[in-house]
Design a protein around this ligand. Sequence first.
Ligand code: ADP
Ligand code: MG
Length: 710
Amino acid sequence: MAPATARDTRPSSSLDLDVTRLPGIGLESKKLLERLEIRTIGDLLWHLPARYDDFSKYRPLRALVANQKQTAIAVIGRMTQRRTARGQLLTEAELFEEDGTPSDVRASWFGRSFVKETHREGERVRLSGDVKWVGRSLQFSQPALERADAEAVHTGRLVPIYRLTEGLKAGQVRRWLHTAIEGGPRRTAIVGEVPDLLPAQVRERHRLPDIASALRQVHFPDDTARLLAARRRLAFDELLVLQLALAQRRERWRAQAKAMPLVAADDALGRWTAALPFTLTGAQGRVIEQIRADLARRVPMSRLLEGDVGSGKTVVAALAARIAAASGAQTALMAPTELLAEQHARSLAALFGNEGPTHALLTSSVTGEPRRRILAGLADGSIDVVVGTHALVEEAVAFDRLGLAVVDEQHRFGVRQRSTFREKGDGLDPHLLLTTATPIPQTLNQTIYRDLDISVIDELPAGRLPIITHLRTPDQLAKVWEGVRLAVERGQQAFVVTPRIDPDDTGGEELPSAIATERDLGRGELRGLRLALMHGRMAAKERDDVMRRFAAREIDVLVATTVIEVGIDIPNATVMVILGADRFGLAQLHQLRGRVGRGADRAYCVLVSDASESARLAAMVEQKEGRPLNGFELAMRDLEIRGAGEFLGTRQSGAPELRIVDLADVDPQLIDETAREADRTLASDPSLERPDHELLAGAVDQLWRRYALA
Ligand code: ADP
Ligand code: MG
């Protein structure tokens, strides 16, 4: 954000100059840099190191150890160059200790003719790099090399490692940045021209270095402490701008919000709950009261409903829709797939009973006259609830009085999601309810989801037995199919999930496919049972038909791909067999397992895989208090296994891509500090009009434009 702002507001700064104005960058390099989206000197300054090599500690040659990166000061002895058997140029140098004492240590380089051209015997140099055994002596292999009296850029310090592109050399990029940061012999450093977003008193309050020294230390750190302080400063800027943007949006919404208050009388709500086929859990009851209180206000609800798979989120949404309908408002219930939309439509029919709200299913397979009727009914208000996919409802539907939007199983909370619906309701802001089975990291709750209220269903419906999970290898499958047969004989149903659709698709012989598995089981181990196939290449209508037959118990065993991953609800299904289980992610496995164990009968999940050492599969069979790990616990495991960065990729979360900060993995303390600073700044200057806020305002603007967050 910062460099872009600088460009916008200070067109005459050297930061805007083309990179070729920096000594050493020619047209060739310019083209390569463009691939990294570096066009100006300012862009280059914001090309931050991906990591560092710590070459800051010196060792005498005699104290070097093998298989470590190290730095030494040495005197170059005899240098030789020759071609290896494979035709590569090999340069070798003998090395003496700093004081001239001979040593066994040598240095060698492949392909680097310039080493011999630019250095000579007797020269004192600094070498940094890998040290290895070669024969019976230690060698620096491909070390970076600088004259000992030259400024340390590539050796003898914390050395920055930059993201490169083919054709660019690490040493080149580092040299260019060094020039921009430290200046050449006769020029002043360009880094001094980077404007500081932060007013001085904010910097002081949070003990942050100024921007020029922060950038200098991030590229060429004096030591680790200063590097960390510099990174904290850059992260602070980024988070502060994000917090300001979000706070301003929140304020704008609050000021402009015009939601319909939706209310239902106690006795009406009591009647609806009593008519349900089950008693609500305590958690469901509590959550419904929270939602009910929100709906009654003129401020639009923004609530996230978190609950593990099978915790019963659908009925909560259905009751919210009922409250809306009772107040004369329409509800849009959006699911991620057509299959789920179809299932929700069936659930609503069951939950609403006969005298409930009128509802309709709108998917791409509803066409012609029925479709026209539904669209007309939504436009004139005669249909209370529409169920469809996100895309469909967002794009194609006009409502008479949209009062409530429910977004089911939305893991990709686009930051812009909410604004989409704000425009739907003919001058009204619908209340918004998002549901998810994926817990959201605290750091996101404090930033991009800070304006979401959160309700949690932390209790499964009573009478559920914990699912029993087994790990099996493919050669134990005969036993597994026997188990499936037994379940079917008890009148229950089973899922068999495979990692791919067609045996002819890529993946090798071994990888189970839905088509081959269904065919083979039907002829073999599960002969005589009623099998069916479902996968993503079947038409939506066909899939719906299979699903309906499975729900009606006309099918015993459904062989499928992950199309059934999310949300499918068949309480009579008690066995989930997952073939090639190591091919699935932990969240996926948890979702798949959640398809069974939804009724009163004992349910089983069998993970079939050769990969006995998989940490994910181990997490799936881990027990806690006599039950498998729940969604939240598994998400934490996933975090341990995969590392924080990957847990919630920014793309997946719909969060802006920040330069320094990984929102899934940032210090919560810093988030808190920036949130408070943003509130404080806006309290005194709500539209960021003060001159000392000019640069901040520019950066916020830039963020809006980049991500269309508004
Ligand atoms: P999810 O939270 O995963 O969306 P669902 O809403 O699909 O879960 O509910 C899972 C199953 O549990 C459904 O079959 C539903 O009818 C049933 N269910 C929901 N609430 C209760 C309850 N309080 N008691 C018993 N069964 C319930
Ligand atoms: Mg659900």
